[in-house]
Design a protein around this ligand. Structure first.
Ligand code: GLA
Length: 739
């Protein structure tokens, strides 16, 4: 891990263990250009790559064609309105209504460690594990400073980038676009990977060519969303799971975003990521600063899998915090799919009694315990216990659950208000609304204007007093509608364009307050399933509910897409009842367990009502969770085969960091008449070791139980067909001896 500045050729070189990132300062005007990102290089004399000797030359030598220069030069962070006609990163409007920006290098600072980003989630590192470069650029005409920040880590190949904009002038300025990162490079016929989806089908892997013109993903829904995801990667056509170049960006933010690659006229491309400029306008008074959120950039020469493992390690070590950062999570049972709104103390205790006897460790009471909420049409905002349902009160219920040796968790949706609630009747102006318009309802609820301090304080006091009233050790923080009708009584007209971002900052502030007051609380974020599964949320909660679709087959795709970026330790995954509530499919209980083991693991069913044979399997499943969870949480993840591609079977693996063991999950989704077994190669192992299939009794048809690491990795093993659809098996490989 090194950051150097070569004063002679004016090149900054940022080196992680396996990658280099180079920035050059050119011309008398000190333009900041992007030179190189990729495999680690020893050479820092790369100015020749910047094409400053080719037409259209640099402006000082050829001001006649200044726009041609600005429109082709590989910018590190772009201006706007002066001749770079590609999509840019920064747009500023002056009080006079003009909008040009041009940035020039002024100074830099290289320091150990990494500073926090005020009010925002971000990766962190200590002085001995992290190093930062800050490049200060300026637009002299506007009196605007732009500080580009790059942090690297001793134990990871990612680069964390962010941007701070400071108004050093004498007049207020309006920032109408502040993206967080830009990478200009030649388009070597790349393919772009994104993770689009919908409700109950989040983060489905999609690949398309990077063509000339703009291709991208975005959200203007006020959250990272079900529909698109703040992630994009671009790779060579020949890049596979385990080999080849791939670049990626992931946004540490939970609101509106844009991520785009633009192929330009000359065969280059520009990749951008940041807060979506739609409806964004931030007033910056003289002396004020605007901090744009962080983008994580990853390059890997080890294929898509190498990129995923870099993100996983970074997030596990440098983003997720708190008591459960490196800890096994309690196996929970959630009553949502078990009872929906129809529950009371007796029903919950009956579930808890049965569950505790089977090895389940926590009862989570979902939606419906407060106000008069018996369906989703009322009471959000009235965070008082409904004692008609919970006879004896919340504390009684929690104490009874605790007596069974179980923890207790609760569901909250603090950002919302139902029109039919005491809170809304008392404070109708606390919901976002545009004067003169009928507010758009979604799931019959409005969004609270948390940009107002008094609203934040009131909501916080209500939810904190519930948490103080009993021994509540887990919160599922939900958010069940997207943002519209953005108007606030709390801000003047020229600050209404700040609302989307201020609302995200407010949610961060609330979760920060909550986790500070209740440091032992396990927080799980959720948004209509997985609409806010992003690194911003992971800074506050070590796990996020992945999807409302709990069907084991659908989950193979949802979890594969999620694990493209996020470690398995973060993915909320439960065994639920069948026929599945999202799509009516029936899969074996056993397979549902295998698939949920790749996440946080828990149950979402009425354990008093499921078939006896299924119930009898639970002790075995909870034992498996305890046996494998350290490996699943901390190990290296490999995608081996994906059902969405082969329409037949799915296979993935987690290997211990020291390669002493590996867990392979195989799900044969659809059976086919077959005369022989299927070859599977098992990567990531110690090539010189012998591995034993420790649970060989679970799949005796495999036959041989000992294999060499190199044979497993390069030749593979033959897995026999399983009889029927949706069948699965686990293979636990344990290293026997080094050769
Ligand atoms: C969302 C969540 C579900 C459940 C319901 C309750 O849809 O994703 O898991 O909590 O809300 O209303």
């Amino acid at each position: 891990m090194q950051i150097n500045y070569n004063e002679q050729n004016r090149v900054f070189k940022i080196d992680t263990e396996h990658t280099s990132y180079c920035i050059g300062i050119v011309d008398e005007e000190n333009f900041v250009g992007h030179i190189y990102y990729g495999r680690k290089l020893s050479d820092d004399n790369l100015v020749y790559l910047m094409r400053t000797g080719e037409p259209p030359f640099v402006p000082s030598k050829n001001n006649r064609d200044r726009t041609s220069f600005l429109d082709t030069f590989p910018m590190e962070y772009t201006g706007h309105g002066l001749g770079d006609f590609r999509e840019g990163t920064l747009m500023v409007r002056t009080a006079g209504g003009h909008s040009g920006v041009s940035l020039s290098y002024v100074s830099h600072r290289i320091y150990d460690g990494k500073e926090e980003l005020a009010g925002l989630p971000a990766t962190f590192g200590m002085a001995d594990t992290c190093r930062t470069l800050e490049l200060t650029c300026e637009d002299k005409v506007l009196g605007l400073q732009v500080i580009l920040s790059y942090s690297i880590f001793a134990d990871n190949d990612a680069i964390a980038r962010s941007v701070r904009v400071v108004n050093g002038g004498k007049e207020a300025l309006y920032l109408t676009k502040v993206l967080s990162a830009c990478i200009d490079m030649d388009n070597e016929e790349y393919e772009m990977i994104t993770l689009p989806g919908s409700w109950a089908r989040e983060r489905i892997i999609q690949t398309r060519p990077v063509l000339k013109g703009k291709q991208g993903v975005s959200s203007v829904r006020g959250e990272s969303s079900h529909q698109e995801h703040p992630f994009m990667a671009w790779k060579r056509k020949t890049t596979t799971e385990e080999a080849g170049d791939i670049y990626a960006m992931n946004f540490v933010y939970s609101g509106n975003f844009m991520a785009q690659i633009e192929g330009d006229q000359s065969g280059s491309m520009r990749a951008l990521m940041g807060i979506h400029p739609q409806d964004f306008c931030w007033k910056l008074e003289p002396g004020d600063a605007f901090q744009a959120p962080e983008v994580i950039c990853v390059y890997s020469a080890e294929g898509i899998g190498g990129m995923s493992r870099t993100f996983h390690d970074l997030y596990r070590r440098h983003l997720i915090r708190g008591e459960y950062k490196d800890k096994k999570r309690p196996i929970l049972i959630n009553n949502w799919e078990a009872t929906y709104f129809d529950f009371d103390t007796d029903k919950l205790l009956a579930i808890a009694r049965e569950a505790s006897a089977l090895g389940i460790e926590m009862l989570v009471m979902d939606d419906g315990w407060f106000g008069c909420r018996n369906d989703d049409n009322s009471s959000l905002g009235d965070w008082q216990v409904n004692e008609e349902k919970l006879k004896g009160g919340l504390k009684y219920l929690v104490d009874e659950v605790n007596k069974l040796g179980m923890k207790f968790g609760i569901w909250l949706e603090p950002e919302m208000v139902s029109p039919d609630s005491n809170l809304y009747r008392e404070h109708p102006d606390w919901a976002f609304a545009i004067p003169g318009r009928t507010g758009s309802l979604s799931r019959n609820q409005y969004v609270l204007d948390l940009t107002r301090q008094e609203v934040r304080d009131c909501v916080y006091d209500m939810i904190a007093s519930v948490l103080r009233s009993a021994n509540i050790e887990y919160v599922k923080w939900d958010m069940n509608r997207q943002l519209s009708d953005m108007g606030s009584c709390g801000l003047p007209a020229d600050r209404q364009g700040e609302l989307f971002h201020r609302q995200v900052l407010a949610v961060y502030e609330l979760q920060d307050r909550l986790t500070r007051e209740f440091p032992h609380l396990l927080l799980e974020n959720c948004s209509g399933g997985g609409a806010r599964f992003d690194p911003g949320m992971l800074y506050y909660s070590p796990q996020i509910w992945c999807s409302d679709d709990t069907d084991a087959v659908e989950r193979l795709s949802i979890q594969a897409g999620t694990a493209m970026v996020y470690p398995l330790s973060t993915m909320g995954a439960h065994v639920s009842d069948c026929p599945n509530h999202a799509l009516g499919r029936t899969t074996p209980f056993e397979t549902r367990g295998y698939v949920a083991l790749a996440g946080t693991f828990g149950y979402e069913l009425d354990v008093t009502k499921i078939p006896e044979a299924d119930r009898a399997m639970i002790p075995e499943q909870t034992a498996m969770y305890h046996k494998y969870n350290d490996l699943v949480r901390e190990g290296d993840y490999y995608r081996i085969a994906h059902y969405a591609e082969n329409h037949y079977y799915d296979c993935y693996e987690v290997v211990a960091k020291d390669k002493s063991e590996a867990l392979v999950t195989y799900v044969q989704v659809l059976n086919r008449p077959s005369h022989h077994s299927r070859r599977i190669r098992i990567p990531g192992l110690d090539l010189t070791a012998v591995y034993v299939i420790e649970n060989a009794q679970d799949w005796p048809e495999i036959g041989q139980t000992e294999y060499r690491g190199d044979a497993l990795q390069f030749a593979g093993i033959n897995v026999p067909p399983l009889w029927g659809d949706f069948k699965g098996r686990l293979l636990h490989l344990v290293r026997k001896q080094a050769m």
